[in-house]
Write a protein that binds this ligand. Sequence first.
Ligand SMILES: CC(C)(COP(=O)(O)OP(=O)(O)OC[C@H]1O[C@@H](n2cnc3c(N)ncnc32)[C@H](O)[C@@H]1OP(=O)(O)O)[C@@H](O)C(=O)NCCC(=O)NCCS
Length: 436
Amino acid sequence: MTAFDDDYDIRTFPAALAPESTDDEPRADAETAGWVRAEALGFHEAAPDENAVGRTARRLAADGRTETGVYPREPRDGSLDAEGQPVATFESFVKSLNVGGGRLLDAHLISGVTVQPTHRRRGLLRRLMTDDLARAKGAGLAVAALTASEGSIYRRFGFGVGVRERTIEVDPRRASGLLGEPEGSTELVSRDALVELAPAVFARYHARTPGSIDRHEGAWNRLLGRERPDGTPDPAVRGAVHRDSSGVVDGYVAYRLEGADGARALVVLDLVSATDDAYLGLWQLLLSVDLVATVQYAGAQQSDPLGHALVDGRAVRVTHDEDHVWFRVLDTVAALQARPWAADGVVTIAVGDSLGHAAGTFRVTSEGGSATVKRAAVRRADIELDVATLGSLWLGGVDPVTLAAAGLVRERRKGAVQTVRAMIAADRPLHSITHF
Ligand SMILES: CC(C)(COP(=O)(O)OP(=O)(O)OC[C@H]1O[C@@H](n2cnc3c(N)ncnc32)[C@H](O)[C@@H]1OP(=O)(O)O)[C@@H](O)C(=O)NCCC(=O)NCCS
């Protein structure tokens, strides 16, 4: 058997446009074009034409994404590899993550992971992932994050589910309105108006919501109907905003109506609120749209307030509940010190990490909302866990009592899990409405 590096050349490069690229006809440079085509193949999308490749490259470049491709040293004649397409793709970029208490931390986001069926299960993903995590750690990033196509791939690399998401369906008739009257007002707006005001509203949502990841170019295109895969805007997207009592826009919703009379669904594409009144006010509007049998929202948080706010909470059905953002701690001291701490206390934590980045025993001393974290030389730590479980606990999105019950947190000092539970409690429920 030949060695990996004899068979493959791994190249890492910034996503970039070609010199001849224009605003109207964006063109990817050759390496980025091959990467974009390979990624589309890996995610079973239709082969993109030159314009679509150019548009994708433009948004990847705008995000400052770093692409990695794996290229066979001896491409087979007539194959896609011979046309410059890598047999595996991987990308990473940096966006801010709200770690609670309004604090933002740069997170290393991983995306675009594909391996051609002809090269799978030969360790390509493992190699790309371990190299990339080492690079991120070297660059000083404390945490990596990703969203997964399958639940069983990433734990082995130290990722744990930190934020979950739900799809809810609401029957507007059964809901019978809200129990209370939210402050402020709502109005319908054009898609263009939505595109204008959305970033500022999202920035306020992002600043107050633990677990939130800042938006990237592609997210805006899709959620606001700004650019469909064929490059045109989606005329079916409708929009509405919520204004607070002084007239400032503090929330918006983008939605589309699908299906025929009698079974029409109002599908929420993006619902962003900087205040609780905006969230409820926008739902009040959505549930008032006539000739709609159901309102569907795929971005609900685990502890969504809507069911409590309606006259008949049973109008809300949870139709899907899944892991959303996975966190991978790269630097335990920096990650734990970055977040706010809810209660004063001292706890020692032993972290296992087969890749080494986060491993060690640490003493966390929290006081006045912040923690000091130091390596500790104790014979036995108060709790023991692996780095993936640390990722789940990190921002308080998963209860340590639940993780202990799952056999993932070992309590070595009686009461330590309860102490950790109080210390890591999040100021608001974790929520993320950015897919990447
Ligand atoms: C998922 C995918 C990237 C795996 O790539 P790969 O190169 O075959 O993976 P590797 O050979 O490096 O395997 C690495 C490890 O992950 C495991 N693994 C890989 N894919 C897995 C899967 N789908 N489910 C469970 N385990 C998986 C392997 O068994 C191996 O385990 P080990 O190292 O502990 O022995 C590839 O199958 C793929 O492109 N799938 C379609 C696109 C996709 O789902 N991408 C993920 C987007 S989030």
